[in-house]
Design a protein around this ligand. Sequence first.
Ligand SMILES: Nc1ncnc2c1ncn2[C@@H]1O[C@H](COP(=O)(O)OP(=O)(O)OP(=O)(O)O)[C@@H](O)[C@H]1O
Ligand SMILES: [Mg+2]
Length: 456
Amino acid sequence: MNQPLLRSEERFHDQSFRSVALRTLNAFAVDVMTIPNANDLFWYVAQNVVGKLNFVDCVIYTCDLDEKVLTQSAAMGEKNPFGRSIVNPLRIPFGQGITGCVAQNREAIIVEDLLEHQSYILDTKPARSEICVPMILGNRVLGVIDSEHPDVGAFGSAELEILTTVAAMTSAKLALLEEAELSERRYRNLVEAHARLSRETSNRQALEAELFEARRLESIGRLSGGFAHDFNNILTVISGNLDLLDEIGTASDTTAETCLLDARTAATKGAGLIRSMLAFSQRSRLEPGPVDLQDLVQSTLQWSKQILPDTVNVTVQAADTLSRTQVDRNAAEGALLNLILNARDAMPDGGHLAFEIDNFTYAFQQSGRFSTQLSPGDYVRLSVHDTGIGIAEHKIQQIFDPFYTSKPTGSGLGLSTVYGFMQQSGGAVTATSALGEGTTFHLYFPADVRTEVTSR
Ligand SMILES: Nc1ncnc2c1ncn2[C@@H]1O[C@H](COP(=O)(O)OP(=O)(O)OP(=O)(O)O)[C@@H](O)[C@H]1O
Ligand SMILES: [Mg+2]
């Protein structure tokens, strides 16, 4: 369009001009299909309006409908010769200047002579004529395509027809891009919702399994607690009678003496059994007091060191500051001893036995293995880890059951005692293990947060 040889009206009827424009617009329609985003689209349009359709300048403005303002998104021509960067980007409110009026009224404008037009905003390089067409989608104005010319009367029906077609194609492509983004967002939301649902379902299943497990142990506990209580009464009677027999003199009869000794040993064993069952059913007589867990671990290891062979390497690690816990010290040492014995049995060829102590806060929304056993709050956590034979996944549910044992001479009451004691103390015990890789027990003791001890 530089220095037009024909007037616009003549061009409108000129066959060769029309066929060139048509070919360009056809190519334009094909190219536009592959443009991936709005920014590339605007620059493509501006470059082609100037480069192929022979306009001397082209500016694409896009609308911010909330603020009712137009922003330059792409510009080609003498004022913006570089492409892909706008020298002096303008923001024009709706209703201001020619472009602002077109955005507001949604009607194309051709200005024959800008100097006579009241809406013309004088620029650094004044033009004399201007054409501006809106880009419309449904009842939304998306932006405007604007072109200026240094000559008076440079634009007419031919340019109006071309730019209106370009604007329609650009708007249609923008609608497609919007739709693509929307369906991508819908797809992303769907994927996210699905992931969330799967997470919630598996959390829920884990919780239900835990709840079931806790109820199962609770009902076994109630049963064995009642039984242990009654059986204890019977044992008391037996022991009393044995004492009596002892007193009334069977000492000279060695056979009777052996029988008496066996009976007494059995009664003592029975009493131990009953103690374990009462512990599991959380009916032990506990005397909680302030306990520094690191100290408890060290002293238990001290008095029990002869039960661990030299092939087992023991380490103790504690956080720099630890809360104290309120717990029955003797029962806690007993629980720890049970875990040490189990670890020893699990490492017949030696290995590593590691104790770790730290403060732990359990928040309500946190999902995890112990969520049904542990109330939200502060705990001191003692982790006992061995590098032994480990426990198969399908067996780990059973290890806290009373009388569950895999050992020829085991009672199967060690871990059930630990379980009952931890529950009765307001804490919990959990286990994780993998066959051949070792086992970790976590003991959560309620923390007395008012007292802190510095680690040694
Ligand atoms: N650290 C561990 N590594 C591997 N398996 C373990 C470990 N601790 C416990 N188990 C398994 O859990 C079972 C139950 O342990 P629990 O302490 O209750 O009884 P036990 O050790 O078999 O018998 P007892 O404690 O009377 O000697 C064990 O027999 C063993 O199969
Ligand atoms: Mg044991």
